[in-house]
Design a protein around this ligand. Structure first.
Ligand code: SF4
Ligand code: SF4
Length: 365
């Protein structure tokens, strides 16, 4: 139960973090900001992550993602992957990565499984082995153990624990994993963006070794990569039959900052770029969006605004509304209610999107 620290309102089904209700985040941001920033700082401390983005005078700028950390000697980047040193960056994310991987039988519960080649056979025979779900084939799920957001609701937060162990993997290790039954590789996490130079090396090696076999390259991301990397991601997915799935976590930048520790200005700009290119390959869809329905914060108003933004580019972009499971700093919340999911679904349709679905329905109450 949340008792808002600012207005004192009581919210059943909403947990204690970040401590301020969505109305106060929207309308009393100057007062709310310090409170929610403190919550993020505490949460990051547990995982040895820097409290703030480094901005050292005379430091070296990392251009891999839109955070643009400027690291002096010994500074650690916001994502925890890179560290400033005299000549370049140490730790890595280029020739080695904090990453693990596993095989997932298809069809899997991917964000895009309802429209993608692996889940439906869309794009057969060029991009899929079967005209329907690719039973008997596998997705290689590549789980990056770092992220450049700090979502309090993170549904995959085990990567933060794994990252503490610092198990760096070589390019060769990952690139050698696909076999003749692997039809797609999905880079997710955490997020692939802080370690994209490594991911690109891996993808290039995998594609060189696949010969004429289908091997779709897909990404599940928060949309924080810098544009040159985003272009690479889109191009490689386009040519292999894969897709790029972007999680748009909130519309209101203050809600986004409260929940994720960073605003969404660059993310929306990046998504606009991807959406403007979505029609370059229609089947299977190249660009897919999703939003996690966090109780008390990501409501029908948020979803309507996100969906209207997507629809302005292309009303056929598939949009998945994901039911929330209580996790991480929000483990005392109730899951998304069927009522909230229904309202958000209607809002997305009303905003003009044609392909909307509610995923993880088993979590609804
Ligand atoms: S990795 Fe790509 S092709 Fe494979 S199931 Fe997920 S979205 Fe579909
Ligand atoms: S990739 Fe990491 S170090 Fe580089 S700008 Fe992004 S958060 Fe900072």
């Amino acid at each position: 139960m949340l008792i808002c620290s600012l207005c004192g309102s009581v919210f059943q089904n909403v947990g204690k973090t970040p401590g301020v209700c969505s109305d106060c985040i929207r309308n009393r941001w100057e007062e709310a900001r310090g409170l929610v920033e403190g919550v993020h700082r505490e949460s990051r401390k547990r995982f040895n992550l820097p409290a703030r983005k480094p901005c050292s005078d005379g430091g070296r700028e990392c251009k891999i993602c839109v955070r643009r950390c400027v690291m002096g000697e010994g500074d650690v980047g916001w994502c925890g992957v890179r560290k400033g040193s005299k000549e370049s960056f140490s730790r890595d994310g280029n020739k080695r990565a904090l990453v693990s991987a596993y095989f997932d039988p298809l069809p899997t519960n991917c964000v895009a499984d309802w429209v993608c080649a692996g889940g439906t056979g869309s794009g057969y025979p060029e991009f899929a082995y079967e005209p329907g779900p690719e039973v008997g084939y596998y997705n290689l799920a590549v789980f990056f153990e770092a992220c450049n957001l700090n979502c309090l609701f993170c549904q995959n937060w085990s990567f933060k624990v794994a990252a503490l162990k610092g198990r760096w993997k070589s390019v060769e290790f990952l690139a050698s994993l696909p076999d003749s039954r692997t039809s797609c590789v999905c880079f997710f996490g955490g997020d692939p963006s802080p370690q994209l130079p490594y991911a690109i090396r891996v993808v290039n090696q995998m594609l060189a070794a696949r010969q004429s076999r289908i091997l779709r390259i897909c990404w599940e991301t928060n949309g924080m990569a810098s544009i040159p990397f985003l272009k690479y991601m889109l191009e490689v997915s386009k040519k292999t039959g894969g897709c790029i799935k972007v999680d748009l976590k909130a519309w209101d930048r203050r809600i986004h900052m409260a929940l994720c520790g960073v605003d969404n200005d660059h993310i929306l700009r990046n998504f606009a770029y991807l959406a403007s290119r979505a029609k370059e390959r229609l089947e299977p869809p190249l660009v897919i969006a999703s939003t996690l329905l966090v109780p008390g914060y990501v409501d029908a108003e948020e979803v309507f605004n996100i969906a209207r933004f997507i629809a302005r580019f292309d009303p056929d972009i598939p949009y998945s509304l994901l039911a929330f499971a209580p996790q991480f700093e929000m483990k005392d919340f109730r899951p998304t209610s069927a009522r909230q999911a229904g309202e958000c679904f209607e809002a997305a349709r009303e905003a003009g999107l044609k392909r909307v679905r509610i995923a993880n329905r088993h979590l609804l109450w």
